[in-house]
Design a binder for this molecule. Structure first.
Ligand SMILES: Cc1cc2nc3c(=O)[nH]c(=O)nc-3n(C[C@H](O)[C@H](O)[C@H](O)COP(=O)(O)OP(=O)(O)OC[C@H]3O[C@@H](n4cnc5c(N)ncnc54)[C@H](O)[C@@H]3O)c2cc1C
Length: 403
């Protein structure tokens, strides 16, 4: 079976890894001209961690990751006012927990499979035509190609979803926040393995010191308007307007932003597809953020992207290439699980950009109590539980055939 995957983020390479294991021939098309590592730091644990272990990738993920020691909330002057030891999370996750730049996680998966697949960088799908025997794909630069299946792993603003399932406005639920992240070298001060958080009403600034003298910054802010500027200069100007009068290190951070060559800037949204449309794309399906983005509020989107990839590939393997049966089982297994994660994520929304001074005070009080084991379990335990039993597809013997 020949499968085209759109997107070399987290879901795409993970899907390729498992499909190749089950005998499929995989091509990935990625819009970026080359693989981009680094980026904002994500927390990684749960069922996604378990699957990465089955892929033999955990030693490398731990090597590139960080064992953050402390989340520290600071005031305008930079004095600690609240926080908790991250050991509380690691304990709840039975030490199967790390924090790693999103692009590094994606790259570890990609490098482990790249020699067994075809990868086309700097291209995108322009048109898809399905017929009873396959899909004809028109690439913007690479011309026409033919595949048995096409899977969109191209993120929150998925191109494949737009081409096959409909416009973003039908599926994207804007959660009322914007997010921006960038990294620079040489920023001072540094606080090794401490995740710093400065919060004002409706907005927050985070700083995290990484290896090689690099520092990552994350802005989150409430904004009713889902629209945002597309050029990096206008995005920087917007952040300057929004955070210019803010306290703590906002001024040197905005100066560092001026020097940053790259900026990640986006809406915080979830993708919610109606049940009947989840696998109504014929020979086309979606995985990862493209299908079911939980947003940064869940703190688990990368792990969930890996789980989706594992189940989708495994069900294709189990169904011996009967893609309709496989897509339906993928939907039935994964959808209720990820929808639970989406609902849970919404409970954390207030802690990213609290709407009032009182909610900041209350959040800080909860954070202070998190060093007590049972309170940490009460506050975070539910979010760390992944109530999904991962099927053991390796025990099944069919190769994936075209159908
Ligand atoms: C600020 C922030 C913090 C986060 N924190 C966490 C966290 O702590 N823990 C966690 O697990 N998750 C976190 N997440 C979520 C996590 O990053 C995503 O859920 C995860 O990366 C989804 O993987 P994906 O492969 O589906 O999509 P992506 O990683 O977005 O990858 C999509 C890929 O598709 C490519 N692409 C896009 N359009 C096209 C096109 N037209 N043609 C070809 N390729 C295309 C992109 O270039 C990209 O390579 C966070 C997200 C944000 C924004």
């Amino acid at each position: 079976m020949k499968v085209l995957i759109s997107g070399a983020g987290v879901a795409g390479p993970a899907l390729a890894w498992w499909l190749v294991r089950y005998g499929a021939e995989v091509t990935i098309v990625e819009r970026a001209p080359e693989f981009r590592s680094g980026g904002y730091v994500v927390d990684f644990w749960g069922a996604g961690f378990d699957i990465a272990e089955r892929m033999g990738l955990i030693p490398e993920i731990r090597r590139k990751g960080y064992m953050v020691r402390e989340v520290r909330v600071v005031n305008r002057e930079g004095k600690r006012v609240s926080g908790f030891p991250v050991e509380a999370f690691a304990r709840i996750a039975h030490n199967r927990y790390t924090s790693i730049p999103r692009g590094d996680l994606a790259e570890i998966i990609f490098r482990s499979i790249e020699e067994k697949i075809e990868t086309i960088f700097g291209d995108t799908i322009e048109k898809l035509d399905q017929d009873p025997n396959g899909v004809t794909v028109q690439l913007a630069r690479g011309g026409e190609r033919r595949f048995d299946l096409v899977i969109g792993c191209d993120g929150l603003h998925s191109n494949v979803r737009r081409l096959v399932f409909g416009p973003d406005s039908r599926f994207e639920a804007y959660l009322g926040f914007k997010v921006a992240a960038f990294a620079v070298a040489g920023y001072q001060p540094r606080d090794e393995l401490v995740y710093l958080m400065y919060t004002e009403v409706g907005q927050q600034l985070n700083r995290f010191s990484m290896r090689d003298d690099r520092t990552m910054f994350l802005f989150t802010f409430a904004d009713r308007d889902p629209a945002f500027p597309q050029s990096i200069d206008e995005q920087k100007a917007l952040l300057r307007r929004r955070f210019g009068g803010s306290g703590w290190e906002s001024r040197p951070i905005l100066d560092a932003l001026d020097r940053a060559p790259e900026l990640y800037f986006d809406r915080v949204s979830q993708i919610r597809m109606p049940a009947e449309e989840w696998c109504a794309g014929g020979r086309v399906a979606l995985a990862g953020d493209a299908a079911s983005c939980v947003s940064l509020l869940a703190g688990e989107g990368s792990g969930l992207a890996i789980v989706a990839a594992y189940i989708l590939a495994g069900e294709l393997h189990r169904a011996g290439g009967d893609y309709q049966r496989a897509f339906a089982r993928y939907r039935d297994l994964f959808r209720p699980f990820v929808e639970g994660k989406q609902r849970a994520a919404l409970r954390f929304a207030r802690s990213f950009a609290p709407p009032s001074k009182l909610s900041i005070v209350m959040r800080n009080a909860v954070f202070r109590m998190m060093s007590v084991g049972w309170i940490a379990d009460l506050v975070a335990g539910r979010g760390f539980r992944d109530d999904i039993e991962l099927p053991e597809y390796d025990k099944m013997t069919h190769p994936i055939a075209s159908n």
